[in-house]
Design a protein around this ligand. Sequence first.
Ligand code: MN3
Length: 216
Amino acid sequence: MAHELPPLPYSYDALEPTIDKQTMTLHHDMHHGAYVKNLNAAIEKHPELASKSADELIRDLNAVPEDIRAAVRNNGGGHVNHSMFWKIMKPKGGGDPSGEIAQVIQKTFGNFNDFKTKFNDAGTKQFGSGWVWLAGKSSGEVQIVTTPNQDNPLSQGLFPIFGNDVWEHAYYLKYNNRRPEYLAAWWNVLNWDEINNRYKALKSGKTTQEPALAHR
Ligand code: MN3
């Protein structure tokens, strides 16, 4: 069975006005669609990897044969990153964080506003294409990290609790070159329930079985 593009869990216009319908359509169908297609094309050359989830593949890139390693890193990463991204957003989302993640943010960063400022600042400074994340260790400790291209914290031994896509394809149609404006608006569509599910998965050590993660 090949890797599959997961359907968007809401309609293409559901995140308006924060993220416009055309951006969502292109981003999901074309960009994420291409990562899935290219990942499958790479795996076809090494059928022994067919049973591995995309998470497993990018968690241990050194175990991937060299001739497809870059393709798996970019497209497997793209698949995992975007599968997370659609789910950690929702219509009428946003507001203050709730549950355990709210406590962790307060403990680590002092308060939610300071955390948002640091996260947005890191996303603004990520040169070129990439992602900004809240990533965690299995101990439950969290930190803000950025990754270039479609790299994922899993490849550095950290778990991606949630992240924002700062590739221009994620915001350019509506925000043009104003990345900080997109970063600031994005908090209005966050799905804190899903983010709490991901944090619980991290702490319980069930991150490879967690259905919130991208599987085939
Ligand atoms: Mn993207």
